[in-house]
Design a protein around this ligand. Sequence first.
Ligand code: ADP
Length: 880
Amino acid sequence: MRLTTSDRIRRGAAVGAGITLLVWGVMLLGAFTSARLSLNNIYFLPQDTSDTVVIVAIDNASLAAYGRSPVQWSRQVYAELIARLNAGGARVVALDVLFAEPTEDDSQLAEAIRAARFNTDGPRTRVVMPLDGVRPLPDQDTQPPALHYAQVLSPVPPLAEVADQLAYIDTVVDVDGIVRRAPSFVQETDGDMRLGFSLAAYLTYNGIPAAAAPSLLQAEDGVLRITPDLTPDRVLYIDANGLWQQRYFGAGSQTFTIVSLLDVVAGDIEPSQFEDKIVLVGLIDATGLVDRYNAPLALSGRSMAGVEIHANAIETLIQQNPLRDIPWALEALLVALLAIGSSTLYAHLRWYWMLGAALGLGLVYSIAAFVLFDTQNIILNLLYAWLALGLSALVMLGVNMTLERIQRERAEFLLRSVQDAARQRLSLDNMLPHLADDIMRVVPVQGGHIRLNDASIDDYAWGTPPGPPPRRDALPQTGTLYPYADGVTISLQAQGHSLGSVNLRPQRDINRRQHRMLHAIIAGAVPHLENAQLYAHTQQQNRLLQGILMGAPSGIIVLDEWQRIININSSVDYELDLNSAAYIQRPIEALLADLALEDAQRTRILGAFQTDTVFREELRHNDGVFYLDAVRLADIRHWVVVISNVTSLAQLNALKTHMIRMASHDLKNPLGSIMGFAELLQDESFSPEGRRFLTSIGNSAEHMLDIVTGILDVEQLSSSKFEPLPVSLSDLLKEITETYRVQAEQRGQHLDLDCRPNLPSANGDKRMLHQAFSNLVGNALKYTPDGGHIQVRLSQPDEMLHVAIQDNGYGIPKAAQERLFTQFYRVRTEQTMHIRGTGLGLSLVKSVVDQHQGRIWVESDDGQGSIFFVALPVFLHHSD
Ligand code: ADP
């Protein structure tokens, strides 16, 4: 069974639909989230930054100088830092350090911040300070978008008062342990709205005071619009918790300018480095203290300090490319397209192409997703796509392998059946049980009945077969199952005619697969059955022929086209006293050699096998006389030779001939005497009545003498052998017509002879031919009334010489023509009744013509005159 294209498409689409549902399930249940998120990390590649963010690192050197805990450092250090950064012209300083514990120097730091903020002599620097929420727990009652904290740590009051912004520094870790999202804003319990740290730094950098920020933000439907007057619209895509997705441009040290806090405070850094920058102050490279997180593009073990993550988030806002997820409906649609499309494609491919196609499609899809990420900031979940493509490939692979296995099993099964059938050498006795076996291997049945239409061949039944199925008029196709009362029937169709049917009593319903197999088995068996049936018939025919051959009372020999004996019956043994078996497969020549034949006869017989298609020879062997009749069967060029023992007939014939000769010969003399004396008495003085009697005696004696002469002539001619010589037919016919001319003239008849000139001689015996043609001309005169017309013509229209003797006399009725040439047959019509004859003349003519290998025929009808035709072979000069 070969799959059509539409089969493949259907199968591919079905598998694709299944995979689609599966992947949708995964999407809906949020299964494999961490794998999904991790896969998307490949989107992040190091990128150039705007060089707006400078990180002042609280590093090991700084810790060594000012103490192990930056929280407990003298606030004077920070005051000094703010002053330095302000002097350098930093636009924003964002401190990623919590100042929740009050210290003695808080007022000095507050003073430094105030001085920087309200600097009248030089650049102004604004300070963003962090708030830290304890665990971001989304509250069930809170409507998004908002983050809620159980507890908030904020800077001590003097500092909080002078800071330009207080913002949340929380980093939100995804289920796979990686930080991708930053808070946009947090609705605090007292109703205030606080920004996320990076957003706060960014807005401050753009000169937006804290008090104005809430009024510039509009959050709706997952989108946070920032519409400050001074900058173009900014859009952040936020989730239910107000988190937005940031980009990563690279790890801190390689992406952002990082300077040591110690160097800044010591004045070792060129102040202009901070001009118009956002300066982030936080822990980096501080052994044992830094809060580190896993993040995309992080160096060394994929971890990053919080301050680096903020730097990446701020850069994202500056570059205007925050990320967003693709809408879920679109993603679901994509999954469906990928699964169904790829499965349909896979259905047409071999397994290795299929795997190649899956990898190729995955790659193309990933590249497209990457481009989408890079240019449109849209995140496509690679996991879903890869699942759709990969699972489709796997399932199709499985389906194809299963189908291939089933097909192979089927092919093997059929092959085995064919081999078995071939081994059984076409015998129906083996084939039917074998077919039953095959059927039972495929369909469990209680019993069955293989019914053959051919009455001469036995059916085969096994188990508990069902009853006969009802008759149907239309011829169903082989393999179509028809259920009926207690079984199902399948017709055995061979080229439009029915061989019979297989009727089964199945144990349970036959399923599609079983039906297909059954169809295949039966379709496979039908030609064998047909052959076996033919074979059985041929066998029967053969046996019949063999029986006829063996039982025939005549000897029969069958020769092949090279005259080799292929069959010979026992009658040959009996008649010819031979051991016929010894001649099988030997040429007939060998058998003839063992018969006591004359050389000339043997040569003639062998020659006849080469030239003739049918011939008869008389054989004499061991005192017996036999006819050897040979016929070549035109279509197969075999010869059938029948040998009949005619010894007793020959003896009888010889006896008859002898008797007739004797009788005829002995009758001739007394008849002669009767005729002579009857004539003598005519002179005596008899009464007229007495003389009439005498005349009648004389006539009867004459008629009897005619008959006796005729009989003797026929006997003599049929038994005489002649040496063929050239005979000029024109001379012969001239002689004959001259002889008859006187008689014709007496009766006023015209007798013409018309001979074509320069004709060859005939091959024959002059005396016999003279007798034959005399008879024909004599008849023509005899059966034509006085004054009639008789014409004799000689011509050569073909390779034979033709003589036509035509008269316009009484003619011969059609019905009589058939027997005209048999002995003693006379046509009796009113006109010819009185004409004297013996009925022997034409049989004599026929016998002469036959002996000359010629032909004789007549064209005539009652009252229409007659034409007798004789065709004779031409005398051929032998070259020797
Ligand atoms: P017969 O001695 O009676 O002539 P044949 O054997 O010569 O015997 O002829 C057989 C029969 O054929 C004749 O009895 C005659 O009726 C018929 N027959 C032969 N030749 C002719 C002919 N030329 N015209 C009509 N009838 C003929």
